[in-house]
Design a protein around this ligand. Sequence first.
Ligand code: ZN
Length: 349
Amino acid sequence: MKPPKSAKPAFLPAPLCPLWFRFLLALLAAASFSATACSKGNPAPAMGPFGNPEPPAQAKTEPGLSIADPPVSPAPLPQIDAKRAFQYTREVTAFGERYIGNENHKKLEHYILDHLKGDQVEDDAFTADTVEGKFPVRNIIAKFPGKKDGIIAILGHYDTNYPLRNTGYVGANDGGSSTAILLEFANQLRGKTRDGYSVWLVWTDGEEAVKTWTATDSLYGTRHLAEKWEKDGTLKKIKALMVMDMIGAQDVNVLRDTNSTPWLLDLIHSAAERGGYQSHFYDLQFGEDDDHIPFVQRGVPCADVISVPYGYNDVFHHTPQDTMDKLSPKSLEIVGNTILETIHLLDQR
Ligand code: ZN
């Protein structure tokens, strides 16, 4: 991602909910109206591209009970194995610098492919022409089929910053955490055909600029993939696309990215609430340039799931201080479980 230029606080405190208004709502509920308003400052029910609003929270009709009680959970929250995901991050980071074209990058490609043995895997490999010369770029796609017609795509880049080569930069969070969480998602998805949509995991390559971030020096892998998927008709089948980037930091707080699709951001927030993780989402709001942009530009519903700043004043971002000691398995759990739950919410649409 491009380092953020500005950050401004986004969310106001939850709207006040005076007692008289709650009483009025309770009366309405008793009269068999369903209502969800005013309980926790939740965003309005998201309207998806399929035209279905979120199912309303179950309103209790017994007198004396508040309708502000949370809805009964329909199923247990899905759980990733956060320890294993953290171990993957450690192993990926241990390869050292993994910028496009270098030896460690090759080793990491094999590492990813080893973990996907038996899965349906596809390559999107090409040569990128950059201001620093030509480089091999390889997006790795693992497909987990579903019974429902449509695709949920989850992306995360595995290359590390090129200009920081030979500085000891290892990109534990920026490159490491995204690679690892996708490997853990694969563990959760493989097995039988999903009841919902197909899920495609994409380890993207060449996300980083080779010199200075511009529209043409960045996002090499996803610009290529978006064009390819536009031509072959894949884009039309994508119901939602989510990018994982820098999600491992101890104080993880996912940005509300204004370049992303609002209803999908709201759906992710609903999923986070189910796990009690909502305090780790959307403290900040601004527009981020990341792997989702080439798909946003083509009308795909997208969310960039990224935690910035990384360290106070973004001090660990794109520096040799981006190391494992800044990360936590708990952060991978927060984001991982939230995204798995988001997939389930998308399946129901
Ligand atoms: Zn980066």
